[in-house]
Ligand binder design. Sequence first.
Ligand code: FAD
Length: 467
Amino acid sequence: MKPPESFGTPDHPFRIAIVGSGPSGFYAAMALLKENDLHLRVDIFDRLPTPFGLVRGGVAPDHQKIKSVAKIFEKTAGDSRLRFFGNVALGRDVQVADLESCYHQIIYAIGNESDRPLGIPGEHLEGCLPAGRFVGWYNAHPDFSDLEVDLGCDRAVVVGNGNVAVDVARILAKSADEVRDSDIADYALDALAASKIREIVVLGRRGPVQAAFSPGEIRELLDLPGGRLTIAPEELALDPESLADLEKAPKKSSARSNFELLEIASKNTCSEDRRRILLRFLTSPVEVIGNAEGRMTAVRIEKNRLHRGEDGVLRPRGTGETEIIEAGLLLSSVGYRGTRTPGVPFDEKRGVIPNIDGRVVSEKDGTVLTGHYVVGWAMSGPRGLIGIHRGLSAGVVDLALEDLRAGRHCRPGLTACDISGLLEQRGVKVVSFEAWKKIDAAEIERGERRGAPRVKFSKIEDMLEVI
Ligand SMILES: Cc1cc2nc3c(=O)[nH]c(=O)nc-3n(C[C@H](O)[C@H](O)[C@H](O)COP(=O)(O)OP(=O)(O)OC[C@H]3O[C@@H](n4cnc5c(N)ncnc54)[C@H](O)[C@@H]3O)c2cc1C
């Protein structure tokens, strides 16, 4: 056997595993494959048979333009130095030790796959759901396709003021005909067609000046025909601190643009035949109320007042004044967090893989684990849109390559270390990129019948059957 120094040659290229095929994983692959002076091979693993992470399973179905980023990733997947191993989960089908024996470096790009809880009584009641599950449901994510979503009530409440909250409110407010030409799951389209929801109340714990949604998302709600975005004018009466912040904010800041758009919404009257979105600020849910059958019937909310902390940030504090909103559905969109993967360090408090600038560190003593890196939401938590990962993943790859060149990597053997053999021995039904393209083509064909870009398969068995 040749000595390990002979790695990095055409015969024995450096081998890098990326776990997770969302934007951060693909952008990391792109950055690695740009290094023309290094002989390397990249294998991307995903626990699903389908690539692209939240681009497929998170981004709203009526935001097809954003999903077109997948075309860029497809180009990367076409590079002969890259292989895709779909339907292979780290912690289930392969273990970290397997990857360490086959690869010089491992880049975790596994995202943040669980929702933060509200932490209030009654949250377990039927009808009360984390928004992430609802999003997965309408996007045909196999984990959530069996979810029972009942849209048979008059009113839904969405908790949160980020873009995900706006996405779910918009989807709930649209008619089936308005999303038929999107790639929404077919069963979700049926549920929207039968939906009895008339009003969607969106609760923000802070005021309109502090809302985290982006002006583009609010403008989209304003553009919905029928004046569906509404807000009571008194909600825009600002406390002196918020007013001061707004006046200080730059002209083109999100805070100013949002406020201007909300002022327009405050003049809207929603037409009778439309589902209305009502924005409420300075309110937090404190209890979900249910009936004897364990179904939610209402939510108790508390009015908040803002207080400026020592760090200068305005934070909400309950006033004790409460109100009950009758509702049959509550979607909480208060953030995502990662989940622990066997063998991979995890910071329980922050919900991310602990790291220093993307170099994974030991959970016990904080020392750097040679050859292990993390990118994307798994690195930093649920912050940032797709585009931001391009630069961030490239930055981590720079560090990884610096380490590789300096000989800091896992030390796989030169022979018998191709992961394919191991997966075959274990009977894992690996989905290659070519096989995914067959699923892709079948979905597009199903879409043609509906006038949609695709109709997704929502069950892994159905995807595997296609190939
Ligand atoms: C509901 C929602 C809507 C959004 N809409 C937009 C938008 O409109 N525009 C925009 O720019 N950004 C949007 N974002 C943000 C964007 O999706 C994220 O910035 C981005 O997807 C994060 O990329 P990531 O690669 O870190 O994680 P992800 O995209 O979550 O990818 C993680 C991947 O890892 C895989 N994985 C997880 N665990 C394992 C394992 N154990 N083994 C193997 N594979 C595993 C998953 O299957 C997944 O494919 C949205 C986010 C959400 C939640």
